[in-house]
Design a protein around this ligand. Structure first.
Ligand SMILES: [Cu+2]
Length: 122
């Protein structure tokens, strides 16, 4: 009888501990997608943006990185008053956070034929 009561107490304690652990896990879940969303990279190499088109959620930061051996490039948004990054020399990066949904076409400043698109969704 008493052994049975002890088991019930133990089971109740385990259930509570399990509920606390579950709550901790659920609380941590939203952090994972947010970290992934802020880490979108566009590689500049062989005179191209790769990937040339990306779709991201609002609030995401995109990093362009120049992987050329010696060619420099920029990221130029003609539709936004020609907003342009600095010239990116090999190994350099440019970061921009996109807070508002919409289509953001861009091109390279010195190489107009190099084009890309950032599509921002809710
Ligand atoms: Cu270029």
């Amino acid at each position: 009888m008493s052994a049975g009561g002890y088991d019930i107490l133990t089971a109740g304690w385990l259930r509570r501990a399990g509920a606390v652990l579950l709550a901790v896990c659920v609380a941590m879940v939203p952090l994972a997608p947010a970290a992934a969303d802020s880490d979108v990279e566009v590689v500049i190499g062989n005179m191209r943006f790769e990937p040339s088109a990306v779709t991201i959620k609002a609030g995401t930061t995109v990093t362009w990185v120049n992987r050329e051996k010696r060619t420099n490039h920029s990221v130029l948004f003609e539709q936004e008053n020609n907003l342009e990054s600095d010239r990116l020399f090999p190994g350099e990066t440019y970061r921009r956070t996109f807070d508002r949904p919409g289509a953001y076409p861009y091109r390279c400043g010195p190489h107009p034929e190099m084009r890309g698109l950032i599509e921002v969704i809710e």
